[in-house]
Write a protein that binds this ligand. Structure first.
Ligand SMILES: Cc1cc2nc3c(=O)[nH]c(=O)nc-3n(C[C@H](O)[C@H](O)[C@H](O)COP(=O)(O)OP(=O)(O)OC[C@H]3O[C@@H](n4cnc5c(N)ncnc54)[C@H](O)[C@@H]3O)c2cc1C
Length: 542
């Protein structure tokens, strides 16, 4: 009798030691489409590592043992160091080693960015927090190109696959990581209101900065791109953590943020006093310069949210395939099939658009791809990041009470889920950026029209939705108040066009009915009846 009580029956086994890439059919198909089967094989190596029990354990530990600020050493010297659990270093070291930081910018591989994007999505299954320094390092390179000398000095270090933690001059390191300092107390979206000042020194291009930064993540990184007010206006600066002579640059870490999620990562408040900086780009052109970094991090927000969705869906579909209630497996109950299928459609749509965007980075010399990126990036950042919290919450519920318990890993995903929508331009800011692209860059709208037009005639609901978008653009007076609605519709049309062309009919049909047609039921699990079982089978890890 006692033995019966102790037995844990009808519990799903842990979803461990599986390949998160091979199990993700939508990702494999997208990478094959936009790159090659060789790329899939390379990414699958990362997928096997990301699904291992060892990696998952490090993910949990890095979040359980949070980073700690050590402002002073034992003698009272100011050191401003952040101490991380060894698991943080384990995860970050492997992410860099897999070439997920700035490596693709220096690779002679036509699919380097698709490879990296898929690898980043796969590796983020381990835990999402350490993706922050990885993303910022990836994103710094396009902005650094503004200055040949600085690009030459820093790009090889940022593109390195060597992870070398610790505060040392960059010349002494095989690899380096980058961060960004834009947000200040009085405002983050409106960076023109920055109050940090930059004073030119006697040396050409060198300045000292005075002021503060309200959010600067990963303060142990080696270099930061920082905005400050110079004589001619907001200017971008390169700020190394350690100076060439080995002394530490004056960057006071005031405190670490006590955040909802993303707890493995350190996000700090900084004070800058006479901090040494090198100008990156012209004075007054700071936003123009750093926008290159922002654009690349926006792609990573899309990738990060897509990864969160897929991880949550994998856990949900796995659980219901192993848990029974009312005399049968949950995965065989029609209503649960509807929920899983609906989540799968969302995840597949996000995956298709995310990989399509990464392919546009690979094809940067093609004007259509550049114009498409200009509009599709804020569209995807707005839409995919905004869909994620609701999607992850629903996936969590598929595990019932077990999903609400920390050990399941689902609370970590849920706490992380709103973040990608906040940083690098919150929801409204990205929706308004879509309007800016539409009004100032006609080639961006043309690129969207060409892209969605590739699926023309494939589904009448998609054709009608595209028509509605184009008609709604005619009324300029309602554009700003309706920016979210427009951005959501345009993003869903892009996703619909990709699914109509490339996904199995049950997936694209369910998407078009509920995201583009009139059958949206207000929550997940409200797809019209159809071949939901095939969608569930496609998405469930075997
Ligand atoms: C965990 C974490 C880490 C971060 N790390 C960094 C970092 O490393 N470096 C860095 O520079 N920043 C970082 N940030 C800051 C982040 O980028 C900002 O919080 C974000 O850009 C929003 O700025 P804000 O907080 O000042 O909000 P605000 O700019 O005050 O915006 C508040 C709200 O108003 C909306 N809004 C703004 N303008 C308009 C408008 N014109 N019309 C309608 N609505 C509008 C926004 O969408 C938002 O919802 C981090 C934030 C978090 C949470």
């Amino acid at each position: 009798m006692v033995d019966d009580i102790r037995a844990a029956t009808n519990q799903a086994p842990p979803l461990l030691d599986y390949n998160v890439v091979s199990a993700d059919v939508a990702l494999v198909e997208a990478v094959t489409r936009h790159a090659s089967t060789d790329t899939v094989e390379q990414v699958a190596e990362i997928g096997a590592a990301a699904g291992s029990a060892e990696a998952r354990e490090h993910g949990l530990l890095a979040n359980r043992h949070e980073p700690r600020l050590t402002p002073y050493d034992r003698y009272g010297n100011r050191i401003d160091e952040v101490e991380f659990h060894p698991s943080w270093h384990w995860l970050l070291g492997r992410a860099v080693g897999h070439g997920l930081a700035a490596t693709p910018w220096t690779q002679d591989d036509p699919h380097a960015h698709v490879r990296r994007a898929a690898g980043f999505m796969a590796w983020s299954h381990t835990e999402p927090g350490h993706g922050c320094p990885v993303s910022m390092t990836y994103a710094a390179v396009p902005a650094l190109r503004t200055d040949d000398a600085l690009a030459k000095e820093w790009t090889p270090k940022l593109a390195s696959t060597s992870y070398e933690p610790g505060l040392r001059p960059v010349a002494d390191k095989a690899g380096a990581l980058a961060g960004m300092g834009m947000t200040e107390k009085q405002g983050g979206s409106d960076v023109r209101a920055n109050v940090t000042t930059a004073t030119a020194t006697a040396s050409d291009g060198e300045y000292t900065l005075d002021g503060h930064k309200w959010f600067t993540s990963a303060p142990m990184n080696d270099v930061f791109l920082v905005l400050a007010q110079a004589t001619d206006g907001v200017t971008c600066f390169l700020v190394p953590r350690v100076l060439a002579d080995g002394t530490r640059n004056r960057i006071d870490v005031v405190r670490l943020k006590d955040k909802l999620g993303n707890r493995s990562n350190a996000s700090s408040e900084l004070e800058l006093r006479g901090t040494w900086a090198q100008r990156l780009g012209d004075e007054g052109r700071g936003i123009r310069t750093i926008i290159e970094m922002v654009a690349a991090t926006r792609l990573d927000c899309v990738l990060g949210s897509t990864s969160l969705m897929r991880r949550a869906l994998a856990e949900a579909s796995w659980h219901v395939a192993h848990r029974s209630a009312f005399g049968g497996l949950l995965s065989e109950k029609p209503l649960m099939q509807n929920v899983i299928a609906d989540l799968a459609v969302e995840s597949e749509a996000a995956t298709a658009l995310a990989v399509r965007l990464a392919a546009a980075v690979d094809a940067d010399n093609d004007p259509h791809e550049t114009a498409l990126r200009r509009i599709a990036l804020p569209l995807a950042k707005y839409w995919i990041c905004k869909r994620t919290p609701a999607m992850v919450a629903e996936a969590l519920e598929c595990l019932g009470g077990n999903g609400y318990v920390e050990e399941s890993g689902m609370p970590l995903l849920f706490r992380e889920s709103p973040l990608n929508s906040i940083w690098e331009g919150s929801g409204n800011v990205n929706a308004l950026d879509v309007l800016r692209a539409l009004s100032r860059e006609p080639e961006a709208l043309n690129a969207w029209i060409v892209e969605v037009g590739k699926a023309s005639g494939g589904d009448p609901r998609l054709d009608r939705a595209i028509q509605h978008v184009l008609e709604s653009l005619a009324d300029a007076s309602t554009l700003e108040v309706g920016a979210r609605r427009l951005a959501g519709r345009m993003a869903a049309c892009l996703q619909g066009a990709l699914l109509v062309q490339h996904a199995p009919a049950p997936v694209s049909d369910a998407f078009c009915a509920t995201r583009l047609g009139t059958e949206y039921g207000g929550t997940f699990g409200t797809l019209p009846a159809g071949d939901l079982q095939s969608i569930v089978e496609r998405t469930t890890p075997q």
